[in-house]
Design a protein around this ligand. Structure first.
Ligand SMILES: Cc1cc2nc3c(=O)[nH]c(=O)nc-3n(C[C@H](O)[C@H](O)[C@H](O)COP(=O)(O)O)c2cc1C
Length: 272
């Protein structure tokens, strides 16, 4: 695919400007799409090792490596995790599920071994460090997996029932699953399409932030996403704005995640 068509698909616009700066890595990133239909072909240990090396190559706050990942291949465990995560069929179908963890247990053990009580781990800041580290590592894994011809989809629903997921994965105190990532060979019979993003005027601010400056871009995005839903035969009612508003309307839209603070407290995160 040419760089120009990659840009057109990314922004859902035939007349998007293509920057003169470019690289094979940027082209690769522009072609990302979530995959929700997989062939049963396993992901080998060798492939997993390469994906994890890429994940570990992400930057890490203060070089603390406050994340871990659990590779789940056992169909029975995947099925149990699928049930905990909104019963999503692609979790059962993908040969590999990576569960990305914010992990403060390792740092606690390291400090305790040196005779210290790591009181700073009880602050929201350190939880955020774990979340950010896990997200950066996971996104590198996505890019690496895609470069090997694999497909992926994140599973935020892994936070619907955090205590049950923790029990299933035998997580110690101060470790929590942030999201899953299905990994596998995309089923060529059910190819995924590149989903448009808002124009850069929506997300990119020069020097200072402005909400009004985003308005025209958001209106365009509603039309681009409506065209995308139609092209995919998706029965999404209304525009992207309608769809997104439903997701933030009330606590009930959070699929159980409205009690995340309570769950995190139970799992050993004081979040001061
Ligand atoms: C943190 C996170 C959690 C997500 N959770 C889910 C999920 O539970 N199920 C799912 O099918 N897709 C999930 N997604 C995928 C998004 O729906 C998808 O990335 C978005 O619609 C953009 O589409 P694209 O990835 O194909 O560009 C998640 C994505 C992210 C970043």
């Amino acid at each position: 695919m040419s760089t120009a068509s990659l840009y057109q698909a990314r922004y859902g616009s035939a007349d998007v400007a293509v920057p003169s700066a470019g690289s094979p890595i940027i082209d690769h990133l522009l072609a990302h799409r979530s995959v929700r239909a997989y062939l049963p072909d396993p992901v080998s240990d060798d492939t997993l090792a390469a994906i994890i090396a890429a994940a570990q190559s992400a930057a890490s706050s203060s070089n603390l490596h406050a994340w871990s990942v659990v590779a789940v291949r056992d169909p029975a465990r995947k099925a149990r995790l699928a049930e905990l995560a909104g019963d999503q069929e692609h979790i059962r179908q993908a040969p590999l599920l990576l569960v990305w963890l914010a992990d403060l247990a390792r740092l606690e053990a390291v400090a305790q071994k040196l005779g210290e009580t790591p009181a700073a781990l009880d602050y929201l800041e350190m939880f955020e460090v774990g979340v950010i580290d896990a997200a950066l590592a996971a996104q590198n894994a996505v890019t690496a997996a895609e470069s090997l011809g694999l497909g992926t989809v994140y599973i935020g629903a892994m936070r619907n029932r955090p205590e049950d997921v923790a029990a299933e994965l035998q997580l110690p105190s101060k470790v929590v699953a942030m999201f899953g990532l299905c990994v596998g060979t995309p089923d060529p019979q059910q190819p995924a399409s590149v989903k448009p993003r808002p124009l850069q005027s929506v997300v990119l601010h020069q020097e200072t932030y402005s909400l009004p400056a985003q308005q025209a871009g958001l209106e365009y995005y509603d039309s681009a996403m409506s065209a995308f839903y139609t092209s995919q035969g998706m029965k999404v009612r209304g525009t992207w704005s309608n769809h997104s508003t439903k997701r933030v309307r009330d606590a009930g839209s959070l699929s159980g995640r409205d009690r995340l603070v309570e769950a995190l407290n139970t799992l050993g995160f004081a979040l001061k």
